[in-house]
Design a protein around this ligand. Structure first.
Ligand code: ATP
Ligand code: MG
Length: 285
């Protein structure tokens, strides 16, 4: 395996979760203060800490081999890089928003209007496909302020809870894309580097899979076990262990977290008791 250079955000909404993901993949590295480069002590990888705007450019230019950025930035940058994996954090959406007091009846609202955004390429493409002509005003930050200072009629920006829009007297009216953090790679990695990337994505997949799933343990009378197994959508087949009371068994399985909340009542009604749900650290198939 050959050493990979990974470009990650130095400071911002992606940084903490990116570093956590690498740690969960058991990649150790010195990290402290203002360092801009760090080499792992137990995995062939070197970390480069950059502004997120520059990451896809670095990866496309072969200055870094892979990188982690928001899908929104990846799509905007239009660089020649491959999207390798969706990472499940930094979820948000890119949306159009207008001043709250305007009535909104549809996209024609934007015809001949001025829209401020840091995402001119995505916005232009979105409007073009829908036959809307609007003037796009590029600004690199604090986009929400544009309508109130008379710079634009509307904005196109990242939204997660919507509270920033609300605080600026705006309302979200159209979603353009959903976004989450993604792993990108240079499309022309050497075979040796590709091997390291495969090892890394294998670990990432195991970590992500584990996050979606929980380990569930429950006790039930033996005559109820059949019904309970039917409720559990689990892996291939749940583990059954006898309990000291020989009419009872303990059942162990893996369940998707969102499924769990749906079936918890059914499980109880079917006779399950002492239900324990535990996090899983890694899941390998
Ligand atoms: P940099 O200084 O590196 O250029 P930035 O200010 O451009 O950072 P951040 O605000 O740190 O960027 O956001 C980085 C990425 O995190 C965004 O591109 C987006 O994918 C995601 N993101 C932005 N806002 C939110 C949010 N409110 N909730 C979740 N994810 C978000
Ligand atoms: Mg940025």
């Amino acid at each position: 395996m050959s050493k990979l250079k990974i470009a990650i955000q130095k400071k911002g909404r992606l940084s903490e979760k990116t570093l956590l993901l690498l740690q969960e993949c058991n990649i150790r590295y010195p990290n402290g203060g203002d360092i801009l480069k760090s080499e792992s002590s137990n995995f062939p990888i070197e970390l480069l800490f950059l502004r997120d705007d520059d990451i896809s450019k670095y990866v496309a230019a072969n200055l870094a081999d892979i990188g982690i950025i928001g899908e929104n930035v990846y799509r905007e940058a239009k660089q020649e890089v491959d999207l390798i994996e969706y990472l499940g954090f930094a979820s948000c959406r890119l949306s159009l928003a207008i001043p709250r007091h305007f009535e909104y009846k549809g996209l024609s609202f934007f015809q001949n209007k001025k829209i401020a955004t840091s995402y001119p390429n995505i916005l232009e493409n979105f409007l073009y496909k829908r036959g809307i002509t609007a003037s796009i005003e590029f600004i690199s930050g604090s986009v929400e302020i544009a309508p109130s200072i008379g710079l634009a009629d509307a904005i196109c920006d990242i939204v997660s809870s919507g509270s920033t829009l609300m605080a600026n007297g705006l309302k979200e009216v159209e979603k353009i894309i959903d976004s989450q953090a993604v792993l990108i790679a240079n499309p022309r990695l050497s075979i040796k580097k590709k091997k390291t990337l495969d090892e890394l994505t294998f670990r990432i997949k195991a970590v992500l899979k584990a996050k979606e799933n929980k380990y569930i343990l429950l006790n039930a009378p033996n005559d109820k076990i059949k019904d309970i197994i039917k409720i559990l959508p689990g892996m291939k087949s749940p583990t059954l262990l006898p309990l000291a009371n020989k009419n009872w068994s303990s059942l162990h399985s893996v369940i998707q977290e969102d499924q769990f909340w749906k079936i918890i009542d059914e499980l109880k009604q079917a006779g399950a008791e002492g239900i324990l749900v535990a996090p899983i650290e890694k899941m390998i198939f």
